[in-house]
Design a protein around this ligand. Sequence first.
Ligand code: NAD
Length: 422
Amino acid sequence: MADESLNPWKIAQAQLDHAAEILQLEQSVHALLREPMREMHVTLGVRMDDGSTQIFKGFRVQHNDSRGPTKGGIRFHPDETIDTVRALAMWMTWKCSVVNIPLGGAKGGVICNPKIMSPTELERLSREYIRQVGHILGLDKDVPAPDVFTNPQIMAWMADEFAVIKGHNEFGMITGKPIPLGGSAGRTDATSRGLSICAALAAQRLSMPLEGATVAVQGFGNVGRHAVEILSKEYGAKVIATSDVTGGIYNPNGLDYDDLARHADAHGGLLEGYADTHDGVSAISNEELLTLDVDVLAPCAIEGQLRADNAPDVRARLIVEGANGPTTPEADRIFHENGILVVPDILANAGGVTVSYFEMVQNSYGYYWDLETVHERLGRTMTDAFHHVYEMTDQFGVDPRMGAYLVAVARVAEAVHLRGRA
Ligand code: NAD
C-alpha cells in the first residue's frame, strides 16, 4: 500500500492546516481553502499513428481563484495522479500569492508516456485535451503552461486548438508559448533566474558570498540546467556537481556549463557518459550528490528527494528548492534543527510563473517587452517576495517554508473575505 505520509495532497493540506492555526484563520475560510474550487476529470480518445485509438485519462484542477484567474502547468506523465495534481494546484495558489501576482492556482495532467509517443500523436492528444477542458480555460478564467514533459510546442498546439474553437486568437489563454506565438522574452530561464536571485539573497543572510561558493544542482532539465548556467556565469559560484535521471557528475574544481550543455544537447538532453570523457570528473549517484560537502544545494529534479533517511547527512548550509516538493516535512524539521537555511519551493521556483504572468500581460495589450525589462521586473518581484517571506519567518519564529505559507495564505484569505465567500 502506498505510504500516505508521502501523498503530496495530504502534505499540502497538512501545511495549510499548520498555517491556518498560526494565522488563526476562520474555520470557514480554512475549510474552503482546504479543497479545490473545481476539478475536471476527462477521458481522451486519441487516434494513434497505427490507426488504433488509445484512451487517456486527464485532469484539470482549479484550486482557488479569489485573487484572480487560476494559473498552473500541464504535466504529461505516466505516474500522474489526481492527488499530485490537486497538491500542485494548491501550491500554485500559494506561489502566485507569495510573489503577489494577481492570479490563483491550478494544475493539469494527462496520464501518458510522451517519451514513447510520436509528435503527431502528442499533437492529437494536446488538441483533444483542449477540446475537453477548453471551456473552463481562458485569459480571465484559467491559464495553463508547460510543466514536466510538456513544452512550448505543446503550448502552441493547445493555443491553436483554442483559437479554432473560439474563432479568434486568444494568446493569453496559455503561457510558455514560442516567441513567434506571443511568448515572452526571458521565460525559458525565468525559474532558474528567480532561484539564483533567492540564492544570492539567502547567502547574504548567512554572510556567505555566493561568488566562489560551492554548489550542487540535482537535475539538468529546464530548471537545473539554467541554474548551473546562471549561478556559475552570472554569480561566479563554483558548481561542482550536477545530475539527471542517469546519475551525477562531480568535479571539485568546478564544472564548465558550456561543455555540459554541448554534451547534453548531443546526448538527448542527458549527462550520461560525461565523466568517462572528461579528466577530473567522476561519476556519482544522485544520493551522493545530495550529501556532498557544498555551500549550496539546489534540488531541481523531482519531488521527495530530501527525506528523513538522508536529511541528517546533508552538509550544505543553504538549500534552494528549484523542484516542487523536493523536501518531505520530516526532512524540513531536520534542516531547521541543524541550522540549514531553506528557500522553499513556493518562493524559490516562483520566477517561472512570474514571467508567465508577464507573458499574459504582454498578450493582453499586444505589446512586447525586451529582455532587460523582463529581467528588471522579475528581479524586483523576487526580491520583494524574498524579504516578505523572511520578515514573516523572523516575526513568527517559524521555518522559512511556513514563513512563505503565512505570507501566501494570509493574502488569499483576505481576498476570500473581501469577496464574502466564507
Ligand atoms: P525537466 O523534465 O526539464 O527536468 C527534470 C530533470 O530531472 C531532468 O534532468 C531529469 O533527468 C531529472 N530527473 C528526473 N527524474 C529524476 C530522478 N529520479 N533522479 C534524479 N534526477 C531526475 O523538468 P523541469 O521543468 O526542469 O522541472 C524540474 C522541477 O522543477 C519539477 O519539480 C517542476 O515541477 C519544477 N518547476 C519547474 C518550473 C519550470 O519553469 N520548468 C517552474 C517551477 C517548478
